[in-house]
Design a binder for this molecule. Structure first.
Ligand SMILES: C[S@@+](CC[C@H](N)C(=O)[O-])C[C@H]1O[C@@H](n2cnc3c(N)ncnc32)[C@H](O)[C@@H]1O
Length: 323
């Protein structure tokens, strides 16, 4: 895909970004007593994005952060050089009055300079979104952000974890290099115990996904000391988790709001999924030239079949027999 081609998004991305759009104003209301509030987007994405099923443009996370009302007083968008300039120009056009900066480069390298530049705001409530694809962020980067603000409550972290993408990468041609990346994501080789358990068929693929997500939650809670962590699995139509959104906060209000939004996201997921399946079917039929030959008989979205999300505690992975 060329760097100017809009990125195509599936319904699970829209669902994730809807959580973000609802959480950011709630965060800013909860933190309104603070004069400064900081948003850090470690993987801010491209200027243009479209929905795969409809081709409609969709706002990415930087636009959502800048549109939040109330909003953050400082907004930091990190992105690789190939996308950064276009993103910056687009955001300046759309939000000429908002305070933000686009930091071009590998966020794991630029993070030290960024946090140093904002040191005078280190008491400010801070929210960091880590929208990676597989294993791009380093544990050390998460640790630096969590330590940036130690006054009262640490920076909140919202991290995409995709064991499906990690499993795929470990089977790829650059296997060793990819495995080193995953070790940098966790900051340890411990994840290889989970990997070996899957390869030896001691755990199922579903258990692998749950253990890989639990491991990062365990580290966030037990190493970085976060008071609350949650996961919400985002499901593909075959009910496999495409990825999980992992949240870490010290603040009871953050915990309460995110629980509420995770339940709403789980409630709307079946209808979004059904609509995406239906549109894909319509497009297949249209492409095959059969449209009009017969009436489409497609089921209505299954809104009664809500999968309600329930919070679950993390567990100590070393208690597993295969560890
Ligand atoms: C899933 S996309 C992010 C989408 C974005 N949050 C949005 O809502 O539009 C992941 C982005 O991370 C960027 N990226 C990957 N590795 C990175 C790194 N080490 N530092 C900064 N950005 C990175 C990619 O260029 C890509 O645009």
């Amino acid at each position: 895909m060329s760097k100017n081609t809009p990125r195509e998004w599936s319904y699970w991305t829209e669902n994730k970004l809807q959580i973000l759009s609802e959480y950011l104003p709630a965060f800013n209301v909860a933190a309104k007593k603070s004069h400064e509030r900081i948003y850090i987007d470690l993987m801010a994405g491209r200027a243009e994005n479209v929905a795969r099923s409809t081709g409609e443009p969709i706002a990415g996370s930087p636009r959502r952060a800048l549109a939040s009302s109330p909003g953050f007083t400082r907004n930091i968008f990190c992105e690789l050089p190939q996308n950064a300039d276009k993103l910056k120009a687009d955001l300046h056009d759309r939000f000429p009055d908002r305070v933000f900066e686009v930091v071009s480069g590998d966020c794991n390298i630029t993070i030290d300079g960024t946090l140093a530049r904002y040191k005078r705001f280190s008491k400010a409530p801070t929210f960091a979104f880590v929208d990676q694809q597989a294993a791009e962020v380093h544990w050390s980067t998460l640790q630096k952000i969590s330590e940036f603000k130690s006054f009262k409550a640490k920076a909140e972290l919202w991290i995409l974890m995709s064991p499906v993408s990690i499993a795929r990468g470990t089977r790829g041609t650059n296997n060793d290099i990819f495995r080193q990346r995953v070790s940098r994501l966790y900051g340890t080789d411990d994840w290889l115990r989970v990997q070996r358990a899957k390869e030896r068929r001691l755990i199922t693929a579903k258990e692998y996904r749950a253990e890989m997500v639990n491991l990062i939650r365990y580290q966030l809670a037990e190493q970085l000391g976060y008071a609350y962590t949650h996961r919400i699995p985002m499901l593909m139509p075959n009910k496999t988790e495409i990825y999980d959104m992992v949240f870490a906060t010290d603040h009871p209000a953050g915990d309460r709001i995110m629980r509420h939004l995770y339940k709403k996201a789980a409630q709307r997921e079946p209808a979004m999924m059904a609509q995406a399946v239906r549109r894909a079917k319509e497009q297949r039929i249209a492409r095959s030239g059969q449209a009009g030959l017969f009436e489409l008989e497609l089921p209505e979205p299954e809104i009664s079949g809500e999968v309600l999300w329930q919070p679950e505690p993390h567990w100590d992975p070393s208690t597993r027999p295969w560890w």
